[in-house]
Design a protein around this ligand. Sequence first.
Ligand code: FES
Length: 414
Amino acid sequence: MAAALSSTMASAATRTSPRRQIIHFGQFRQRQLATTAAATAGAGGAKTGVLMLNMGGPRTADDVEMFLRRLFEDRDIIKLPFQSWLGPLIAKRRTPSIIEKYNEIGGGSPIYDWTKKQGDLLCRKLDAISPSTGPHKAYIGFRYAAPLTEDTLQQMEADGVKRCVAFSQYPQYSCTTSGSSMSAIAQHFTKNNPTTMEWGFIDRWGTHPGLIRTFADNIRKTLQENFPDESKRKKVVLLFSAHSVPQYVMDRGDTYPSEIGATVQLVMQELGFSHPYRLVWQSKVGPLPWLKPGTEETIKVMVKRGHRNLMLIPIAFVNEHIETLHELDIEYAEELGKECGAEKIARCPTPNDHPAFIDAMADIVSKHLSQGPRVSPQLLMRCPECTNANCAKQKAWIGKITRSGSMPGNEQHQ
Ligand code: FES
């Protein structure tokens, strides 16, 4: 959302400096696209399609305005008065400044390349550990950028995929992110021909031990690499940063903050509670109250109090994009760090292609395929104060397509 508003770009070498990442991104992207093309060319006849759901990001400057427009027109993520008129207007106004940010991180979002790589590695692993459900093929369904979820669904049906696992790439669930993607799937099939695929949904996995191990491993390595002096390393404050959301979203009963908190707690447990830490929220926009404390404000206060060595840990993203490469690396670690007198602000990489992370995803999907459930009870129930008709329709459709039955409240479209 708001972070997406500023969103994107990236590189593979996340432990190098942000500036070095920019220099290498073009080359990295070419390599990734070549890999992707090769992997896709030989991937026909899949029995199981794994649909990797995410927000997506503009791959070139020309894609930025349409990306923002789709985002600002999505009432599941943001509600505006006269939205069909105001959404495109805001998108147009923001486009030049967002393009500038993308240019600073290499010219476009790396989220497609990362997701494709993660999906290909995941499916290779699934073919090995779950041959009875193979061959497996990864498909990408983005909400606001190509390949759009609805286009990918058509492709999967045309490819004759027998079973689709809708796999949210947001480990912690929010109705504004994973929920919006699930609604896009439900809307596609209620508007078009019914699906011929068998369906399963993986909607949240923020406490999976493999995900926790990945974060902990990355934190340990980043501490070692950035703070060679042990006496300083021991005093580094860990700031787990997640995308903020407006308070009114939380007031509906969205589970996002508690699920983020659960991930943070388990990561710190894995680290033996080795350092002081806080959960902070980034990317707020507009005048309404959002979740606090903000990442930016926290950095300023910490440094002022004498905590001059900090580490930023993006805890809700599985790959690099504009909120990590621009907001965390350039705006906070580099510019704000200099401005407020920090000695060092390091940034922990996102999971990307960490082997433990790929293993974790494979474990989640293979267990889903062998043991179920096809949908979690949590996905089928609406937030206590939800009045969004899309949510009701989405949950009614998912209940029906997975033969999980109906849950009270899902037929009331208000
Ligand atoms: Fe959460 Fe509708 S806002 S189910």
